[in-house]
Design a protein around this ligand. Sequence first.
Ligand code: HEC
Ligand code: HEC
Length: 287
Amino acid sequence: MTNKVLLGSVSAAIFAVAAAGIGLADIRTGASLVINGEIPIVTETEPPEFLQDVFPEIYSGWVFRTDETRAMEEDDFDNPGMLYVEQGIEAFNTVMGTEGNSCASCHDAPESLANVRPTYPQWDEAHGEVQTVEMQIIECQTERMGAEPYGYDSQQMRNMASLIASVGRGQPVNVAIDGPAAETWEAGREIYYTQFGQLEMSCADCHERNYGNLIRADHLSQGQINGFPTYRLKNANVNSVHNRFRGCIRDTRGETFAVGSPEFIALELYVASRGNGLSVEGPSVRN
Ligand code: HEC
Ligand code: HEC
């Protein structure tokens, strides 16, 4: 068994590389995902311009999963994440807060929000900040409904975020990184290349330089977020982007940022932009 990981002895020890050469060898690229026989999903495509020297191709995390896990995403009846979408639909139509509104009072059907997941995080002019989908939901609850806002990573929030992702499935991720969002994007990029924890590893050390390789019996993906929220077999629930970021930083034995923090909002914008061109796929199914 050779070990081609050149990250120093500590971090190298956590990778188990079975063969020399690109670890993509035993990953089946070129397969296509069509949801419910009617929503084609782009799971591999050419990278956005700023990554063209980094990757020949960008891949959805779906590409790195086993046949069984992949298949669960092909039909909504087999995708356990859709149960949370149903709970999101119920909440969408329920009056909350002192103004007597439900989400549907102003947004009609959830499908009217189909363009949200592909384009968020997004600059919000009125608030002068980049907003995630979660922040936008909290804004509507507090500023327009007189409602107690969902916790950023609460079950209710993840249900609603899953609903909003589901209606955007198949659309290309297309987050803006220029104009007023540029500063936040830069901050996110800096975090992406910062080494964390005792292992002194950055996001890039795993997801840019080692995708396709095995780490603790798991195939490393490019760490894309086009599939969020993800239904994870590990905890049998839908999981937020920020929760995944936390888990990854914890795995380096590092101090992590809080869910909803400015650091994670910036990182989310940056990571989302690395997937510009892949399809929105949430709620996806992952390990
Ligand atoms: C009283 C009317 C009203 C209610 C009720 C309301 N919203 Fe909104 N919502 C708006 C308005 C107005 C905007 C546009 C604001 C902006 O651009 O910042 C908006 C924007 C949004 C967006 C972003 C749309 C986009 O294209 O960028 C999302 C997502 C959203 N709302 C979700 C919800 C959810 C989920 C609920 C229920 C928890 C809800 N809203 C309740 C009025 C409402
Ligand atoms: C020590 C290696 C390691 C580091 C460092 C790391 N991750 Fe991960 N990450 C993993 C593993 C293992 C998985 C699960 C397999 C996969 O999907 O790649 C994962 C999964 C993910 C996923 C889920 C992908 C999907 O399709 O569901 C995202 C997003 C992600 N990481 C982002 C990040 C970000 C952002 C950072 C930096 C803050 C980071 N990771 C740092 C190992 C790492």
